[in-house]
Design a protein around this ligand. Structure first.
Ligand code: NAP
Length: 494
């Protein structure tokens, strides 16, 4: 097993089409950069229109074969992929750490294992796929089949690249579709390795393909008449463009977008548990997670104690080299993103909010080349401050005080987003009242962040359309066909 390290450079990466690596015809390349050093890891070939056409033709061929493959066989293939990923956990985790900035302490315990769990879940589901039967009259029945859509495209965000690729591919493939996946430019590497594993596990050529490139490649996919569905993960602004581009060919669209999720802590909550949730809900993955609970509302009787407790816990967090297993917070994905996050921190510092801790570049000389920002907390924030309203997608927590349940619900829901939320209380009835009233796709009660593959995940309001994970996703990768069968002669009407 060859593990990459912080100094690894790789040869130029190509596209993966029809079960093998192929050169792009565009002649263009882009670079993928190590966020911990800002050194180039490798060049990556950009897919142009001919390459996307080729991927679609291949995926169509793959679809014709794969959609007729019995579900039990699809299930076995996905299980083999899952077990190869588990065996090669370290290899994938190290590559993800090199490319995406997430510390090894997370990638070795989360990313690859989570991807395997998704594959195992849908492999289990494969043999339960079914339609419906209707008895309409003694001589008339109907069956409603669930049929795959055809060629589906997945467009991924950079923050969880292997997980996002699998979250799209596993349900798509189990339903009999083929997929063309475009990873984000900032983290293109593990999707290619995943494609290799699909082939190694026996997936027929053309069923899972990877095209690389920037927004132009994404646009070629969204507009392509040979593609039936786009499953997109990214920012709302890009999601809207995808929807517009997909409209002329009436594609099915799933959008997994951003959030600015509330975490509500009542005074009767288990204090330590709520504190743990606020920290992990804000600083796991350096806050580069869509469902982070960045608006922390704390009830007045415990507010001062809560804020006072956060500072020392954050100061003790280990920010540093993502390849060090002790590191808890790694660098941010790119220099440009770091500048954006630092801009929000500057804005927060200049506001009437109180700066509690963090939010600066670390002092150690060995971290100067990377995109490091120490986890930041601001308290006494107001709901209308821009850094409290915008998705920052970095390690910045805003803490607000509240006095009463209806008030906090109104304030928590006062956002265009609706991806997730959390409530901490020991009052069972209140926990459920709040969970139901929160406008969000997922609400955690006395916890934050877990998302087993069996549970649907996705946003309401401007956090998205449709769901990933769970049985709900099967509907998004299939369409029904009604077959209405008569056993008697049709009567003369005219
Ligand atoms: P992004 O800038 O919107 O990019 C997402 C993907 O879209 C990338 O692959 C990007 O390619 C591609 N793209 C760019 N322009 C396009 C266009 N016109 N047509 C089609 N595709 C296009 O988002 P990001 O910065 O990668 O990711 C961060 C965002 O993702 C945050 O808002 C976060 O909350 C959200 N997110 C949501 C979830 C969820 O499940 N709800 C999960 C993870 C992340 P390039 O990379 O080459 O630009």
């Amino acid at each position: 097993m060859k593990l990459v390290n912080a100094h690894t450079t790789l040869p130029t990466q190509r596209l993966y089409i029809d079960g093998e690596y192929v050169d792009a015809t565009s002649g263009e390349t882009f670079q993928t950069i190590n966020p911990a050093t800002n050194r180039v890891i490798c060049d990556v070939q950009q897919a142009g229109d001919e390459d996307v056409d080729r991927a679609v033709i291949t995926a169509r061929k793959g679809f014709l074969h794969w959609s007729r493959t019995p579900p039990v066989e699809r299930s076995r293939t996905l299980m083999r992929v899952a077990s190869i990923l588990r065996e090669r956990n370290l290899e994938f985790a190290y590559l993800e750490t090199l490319d995406t900035d997430r510390p090894l302490s997370e990638t070795t315990t989360d990313d690859v294992i989570y991807a395997s769990r998704i594959l195992e879940y849908y492999a289990g589901v494969a043999q339960t796929l079914r339609g419906d039967h209707y008895d309409l009259a003694p001589d008339n029945f109907a069956i409603v089949r669930r049929e795959p859509l055809g060629v589906c495209a997945g467009i991924g965000a950079w923050n969880y690249s292997l997980g996002i690729a699998v979250m799209k591919a596993a349900p798509a493939l189990v339903c009999g579709n083929s997929m063309i996946f475009k990873p984000a430019e900032l983290s293109p590497l593990t999707a290619l390795k995943l494609a290799e594993v699909f082939t190694e596990a026996g997936l027929p050529p053309g069923v899972f393909n990877v095209v690389q490139g920037d927004g132009r490649t994404g646009q070629l996919l969204s507009r392509h008449p040979g593609i039936s569905k786009i499953s997109f993960t990214g920012e709302g602004g890009t999601g809207r463009k995808v929807m517009v581009d997909a409209a002329p060919t009436l594609k099915h669209v799933t959008l997994e977008l951003g959030g600015k999720s509330p975490l509500i802590v009542f005074a009767d909550a288990d204090f330590d548990s709520a504190m743990n949730a606020a920290l992990v809900g804000n600083f796991f993955s350096a806050g580069e997670l869509c469902c982070t609970g960045t608006r922390v509302f704390v009830e007045r009787p415990i507010y001062d104690r809560f804020v006072a407790g956060l500072g020392p816990r954050v100061t003790a967090m280990r920010v540093g080299d993502p390849f060090d297993m002790e590191t808890q917070v790694g660098p941010l994905i790119s220099k440009a993103h770091m500048e954006k996050v630092l801009g929000y921190i500057e804005m927060a510092s200049a506001s009437a909010a109180t700066h509690v801790v963090g939010g600066r570049r670390p002092d150690s000389p060995e971290l100067q080349d990377g995109n490091y920002v120490t986890p930041a907390i601001f308290c006494d924030c107001a709901d209308d401050m821009q850094f409290v309203r915008d998705e920052i997608f970095g390690p910045v927590m805003s803490v607000m005080v509240f006095d009463e349940e209806n008030e906090v619900l109104r304030r928590a829901n006062d956002t265009v987003y609706g991806l997730a939320g959390g409530v901490f209380t020991s009052d069972f009835a209140r926990a459920h009242r709040v969970a139901i009233a929160l406008e969000a796709g997922t609400v955690w009660i006395n916890g934050y962040g877990s998302g087993p593959p069996s549970l649907p995940f996705g946003g309401v309001k401007q956090s998205g359309l449709g769901r990933e994970n769970g049985l709900a996703t099967l509907d998004a990768y299939t369409q029904t066909k009604t077959i209405n069968a008569s056993m008697s002669a049709m009567e003369r009407y005219y």
